[in-house]
Design a protein around this ligand. Sequence first.
Ligand code: BG6
Length: 486
Amino acid sequence: MNNTSNGLLTTIIIFGASGDLTQRKLIPSLFNLFRKRRTPKQLKIIGFGATEFSDDAFREHLLSGLKKFAGYEFTNEEWNLFAPNLCYISGKYAELEHFKKLSEQLKKFENNEEANRLYYMALPPSIFPTIIDNLDKSNLLHENGAWRRVVLEKPFGTDLESAITLNKQVHKALNEKQIYRIDHYLGKETVQNILFTRFANTIYEPIWNRNYIDHVQITVAEKVGLEHRAGFYDGVGVLRDMFQNHLLQLLTLVAMEPPASFSASALRNEKVKVLSAIKPMTPEQVSTNTVRAQYKGYSQEKDVSAESTTPTYAALRLFINNWRWQGIPFYLRSGKNLAEKQSQIIIQFKEPPLAMFPMQTMKPNMLVLFLQPDEGVHLRFEAKAPDKVNETRSVDMEFRYDEAFGKTAIPESYERLLLDAIQGDASLFTRADEVETAWSIIDPILQTWEAHQTPPLAVYKPSSWGPAEADVLLAKDGRRWVNEDE
Ligand code: BG6
């Protein structure tokens, strides 16, 4: 029962259907999958939300979202084929009665046929247990010939303790196989390409270790600031919003051992092993191995408290204590309101052991995985400068997605993830132990930051590459951040 081949109708029920995520990401992704004929033959989508909508008004609302956010062209005929599969129920998440209404609507919409159901929680995690409990009480989670799955949006908890509690709550009604904890970074093609680069090629594996690699830099820089999300963001901050999930996920893909197969459990076992090999920091280590900062003017932003110490930028120096990576620093940084939107992973190799050429310009080899916005892979190496005796110059061997596969080759990350959830492939979703292990790395940092205000909160200029303290973090090791396409 782990794929769509049971031939049954599939219904997707979106909780939080009147919100932003549904209009911007979920429906554009589902509609595109439908246009590409990737969805099950019979697909129905029910929106459930607090706002009042008639079915027609809901469809109109989604159509206007598609026109703004889809990023692809579609025809009226395609929309007219898709739209009748959509309907809407307004209701309150805490009202058991409203789930009865949902249950009746489901039966009607599914013509009383047996149907697979995917429940998507496009809502804050505090409400997940209430909804899951009400679904359970309404007998909507019981698997009987058809599957029942639940997709949970991030953030999964706010610290280790709340994540453990949340896992316990959802496990009361669901087994782990039914749970799909989403991290949209794993749906990005270029993020999946980290695994393909490493494990579909033979040339990298022999050098992918402490003998050849000097250090790794993972940067997820955002140009945008708060984007009207102060209510969510202030008090949460960059570590919970970006590191616990996206950046640590990127780190696991770079650092994991080759799994024996591409199955969800083999893959996730290896990721958990990497996370478990990162020793939680002591308060002293937090003060020397982390940087927290806020952009200038943050506390004057709308809906942000004037005394807010919420960090909008962080940089970490982490070590993975295993045979492959012992002693090799992984530098992670992310922030809002930075100079560029740029997500990239830099694998910097060691310098040649012997300086044979008297060259000042020599630079270590660097493999750069560009995740966004310029998707591709670059290898920087040294070449002899022509007509010079002993000068070298850094040159680039590059692969660019748009050149190799065309402009439209990269789909929205939610397409991959929604399709995988429908097909029962949990490889790109986070398992309970994985999410908790990630929190166990982040928790001690948060505690030192919040309880001891150590290290002091640094300040950086909007549209810069972050605070000087982050440069010092690397300079202490004789290294520096690589910014932009250097
Ligand atoms: C989200 C964070 O998970 O990821 C946002 O909550 C952030 O704060 C976003 O802006 C970044 O995603 P992307 O795909 O634009 O890199």
